[in-house]
Structure formats: structure tokens, C-alpha cells
Design a binder for this molecule. Sequence first.
Ligand SMILES: [Zn+2]
Length: 324
Amino acid sequence: MADNLQPLQEDDPRLFQMGDAYAFATYPVCGVVFTDEGAVAIDGPMAPATGRQWREFIETRVPVKFHILCEHHEDHTACCSVLGADTLVSSEITAFELARCASGSTDDMRQTLRGWGRNRFFSEELVEDYEVRRPDMTYAERLSFTLGGKDFVVVEAPGHTRGSSIVHALDDRVAFVADAVFPGTCAPPAQSCDPWAWFRTLGMLEALDVDWYVPGHGDPFDRSELDSTRKGLHTLVDSVRDWKRQGWSRERVMAEGDCFDRSLRKPYRGADDVPPGLKLIAPKIQAESLGAVYDYLDEHPAGSHRRHVDAEANYNEIFDQCSA
Ligand SMILES: [Zn+2]
């Protein structure tokens, strides 16, 4: 049944229109901006059946010219091959990261789609045919372009992942921010995070002149919501810092720490599309998130001389060994 989904209707409650831009609040939330010369798609649905439905929704108007992939996590990358864009773009870091995880492997992604990523639109037939697609083009820092008279700026927005991107559709006054923002004050998933860069990214988002922000797992919101995200990130960092001050080891923080009160996460219209299996891996994601923050607490938020140091070779010892 799932591979024969009905065409997506304009009045589907999961669709939000913002000028020539749309957000589709499924799992994960994705976006598109229509121009006279083609569409710019931002991320895409995880389930291949929903991905096809979304592609059809776009292509009845114009072809998918650019597809911007905002991060390397499997829920966001699954759609890369399904949307069939002319050019698939990500940051350099995202392209590197996805090649190292399930997102980069057809076999692993098929397993993911049959496993934790399986939702109500699952189709074994589509998963059997599924192939991954890697980005055609990458950028670092910023990428700006014009399509059909509309201006776009893609910006590296490290935080939730080190390679995360956001897409600013200037003319339609929308910022597609993916997982840079989880609406609500719940501590966010941070298993691939750089928490210090995340605070800087939130500052950049606050400075944008937009009417709408479209997150990866929530309904579109306006600027007032950014405060809640900042609170959630403080909860995460402060909790781990407190446990660490009390002398907890990294292992103990990961095993016993819990600051993820999901009742603080805002409900959203795509909630029924969330794969039920996500609940099973959530505790592991949370533990990994605490571990990642634990490590960053050793580093000053302004950066650290320890990040890019020479290998710790003691050439005196090596010389002594060689000349002995
Ligand atoms: Zn993510």
C-alpha cells in the first residue's frame, strides 16, 4: 500500500506554505522553495514512499534543481537518492561524515529503513530498490546562489552536527534550520555535536531577517522560539558539567545521567510519521550525547590549542631508541 501513496494534497495538515516556500512536516521535516527555473529542496522524508510522494508534489510544478542536505544523520540523508535532484549539495564535513556511517552504504541504509527507520509508510519493495546517493558538490563556510531570480545562502551551522547546514531563502524570508533547533526546552539530541559552536550558530540564527524558521523535527516557528532551544542546550551542558564536578566519570555520566525530559519537546504535526523504533535507540542516542558534551567540557568555548596539535611524539625518546 505504501508505495502507492495518494498524491500529497495542498490541504494536507502537514504542509505549511510560506510565500513560494513549503515545509512538509513529516519525519524529518523537509522543505522546498519554488522558482521559475526549478526547485530547491532542503532535506527530505526518510521513508522512500513519502520521499516519492514529496518528489511528485515538487515535480508537478518544476524539476528539483538543487537538493541541500543539512546533515549526515540517516533520517535526513535517506531521501538523497529518492528526490532525484540535478545537484545534491552538502557541506564538506557532512559529505565526509556520511561516508563513515550507515548513510554512506546502500546495505546499511536498507537495514536502517527496515529497522529503526521503519514507519507507517514502509514498503519492502521500495527498500529493495533503494540505493544511497552521495553529494555531487560540497562547500565550506558559505555557498550563495541565485535560481529563477531568487537568492539563497547556504551556511555552515555547526552544532547538532559539526557539518550541519542551514538554508536561508532570502526572498521568501524563510530559514530552513534542520536540527540546529528542536522546538521546546528539552535538551536536544547531541550525539554528533559541537556544543560551543551550537551556541554561536543560535546567535547567527537570531540575527537572520526572516519570518519563519523550519526545524528538522517540529512545526515552523518564529524567532521567539529560539530562546527555548537555547535553554534546552544549557540544560544539557549544565547537567553534564554538574555531574562532572561531582566526580562522575564519562562512563557513569553516560550510564546514569538523564536530562532529557521529552515532555518539554513541542508536539508537531508530523508526529504520526515518526518511526516507532526510534524510541528503542533513543536511550543510546542520549547516552552518546552526554558523552560528546563531557568531552567538549575539557575544551574552552573559545576554542582550544589541543584541537589541532602535532602528534605527541617524543623525538628525544625516539632518538634514544634509534641510537641505542
Ligand atoms: Zn540529526
